[in-house]
Design a protein around this ligand. Structure first.
Ligand code: SF4
Length: 395
């Protein structure tokens, strides 16, 4: 348990993020913790790098909406102060606190308080002896050995409330390190690609590493380490778990076609506008934005709700059934309004609501479909003409 959040042992995978404020500034830090919790963080980590930070934690912990982890770097005294402040978990980096007696002292104090510790091995700050032993390189084996050494110190004092991470900025390296670690320990694992960088590439790297491991059943908590507002980290973490079906959906799942020669609107703009309009609304539905009424409703028939563009108008459908037609500039607002209705009353009620409009909506959709096929033909992307040209030049 990290506070009241269960970790490991079949508990739901949880999302962590980290504040970037000075922990000593407890008001600013609490404000950020609330923002992170609202964006999907289940657990938040704050740095405890100076005595004033520990004092800040003493003020933050009782008022935080989520459990707090204190991040300790070089000084074991900060760990003792953070425990005194009432934190729910410590994070220690074995590459930074190198005196086994200090580590054991912290473990004993944590044990007395029933507070777990994360052993946070980091590829970038591996102990020099291990670095040397593995040929002046950071290898998965070196990272796992570092974690096991640390676990041994904790075993010495009978402390086993441990969670482990072996993060690296290289995605293949962290994947392999976690795989090897999962083979040799049953302790819960915290996943992350460290120093992933700014979005979108940072998000992509972190997703590649963490999703691969989660799909293999490895990992109990996750953190996106992005060079960005930490709210983005929390949001990305939550979205990843929802996308993989590892957490119950709380947010909208917006699907959209990639657009093509058949599109009758600017799908990119409408999908983006819809995403912005849904914003932080907690509507756990799948909503589709499709560029044409020829293929859109069919391809998105499993969505709870969708809209497909016709001739300067949008065809709204619920569970694949046409329900109404709206002018093009009302497509996004209509989606939001119907999504809220379905969220509150259910899809059946939405279909009942459309009883007076659905026949006309179906006829209008068929009209626009036929018109699109007339104007753009069966080969809207002109692929056949291009292929003919390729064949001509090949001869
Ligand atoms: S055929 Fe229609 S729904 Fe499919 S990608 Fe093209 S515009 Fe989008």
């Amino acid at each position: 348990m990290v506070g009241d959040v269960a970790v490991g042992g079949g508990a739901p995978i949880t999302v962590q993020s980290m504040t970037v404020t000075k922990t000593a500034d407890h008001e600013a830090t609490l404000q950020q913790i609330y923002a992170l919790a609202a964006a999907g963080a289940d657990i938040v980590r704050c740095t405890c790098n100076e005595p004033e930070a520990a004092e800040g934690l003493a003020r933050i912990v009782p008022r935080s909406p989520v459990p707090i982890v204190a991040d300790i770097h070089h000084q074991y005294r900060r760990a003792l102060e953070a425990l005194e402040a009432g934190v729910h978990c410590l994070r220690l980096n074995p590459g930074n606190i190198r005196n086994p007696e200090h580590i054991k002292l912290v473990a004993r104090e944590a044990k007395d308080r029933n507070v777990p510790i994360r052993i946070g091995v980091n590829g970038g700050s591996l102990h020099p002896d291990l670095y040397k032993k593995y040929g002046d390189k950071v290898t998965p084996e070196a990272m796992v050995e570092s974690a096991l050494q640390e676990i041994a110190y904790f075993d010495d004092v009978g402390f086993d409330l441990i969670k482990i991470s072996v993060k690296a900025s290289s995605v293949p390296l962290m994947i392999e390190a976690y795989r090897q670690l999962a083979e040799v320990t049953d302790h819960p694992l915290h996943l992350g690609v460290t120093e992933a960088g700014p979005p979108p590439i940072g998000t992509l790297k972190a997703t590649a590493g963490m999703a691969t491991l989660l799909a293999e059943g490895i990992g109990d908590t996750i953190r996106y380490s992005l060079t960005a507002d930490p709210v983005e980290e929390a949001r990305a973490g939550r979205q990843l778990l929802e996308t993989l079906g590892l957490r119950e959906r709380k947010n909208v799942d917006l699907i959209a076609c990639p657009s093509c020669g058949r599109a009758e609107v600017d799908v990119f703009t409408i999908a983006q506008d819809a995403m912005t309009a849904f914003g932080e609304r907690k509507i756990p539905l799948q909503v589709a934005v499709m560029g044409c009424v020829v293929n859109g409703p069919g391809e998105a028939r499993d969505a709870d709700l969708g809209i497909a563009a016709g001739n300067k108008r949008g065809h709204l459908f619920v569970k694949g059934q046409n329900v109404m037609v709206v002018p093009e500039d009302e497509m996004v607002d209509t989606l939001i309004e119907w999504a809220e209705f379905i969220h509150e009353h259910g899809a059946e009620a939405a279909l009942d609501r459309a009883v007076a409009t659905k026949d006309a909506a179906k006829r209008a959709a068929d009209e626009d479909r036929d018109r699109n096929l007339d104007v753009r033909g069966d080969d809207a992307n002109a692929s056949e003409a291009v292929i003919a040209e390729i064949r001509r030049s090949a001869n």
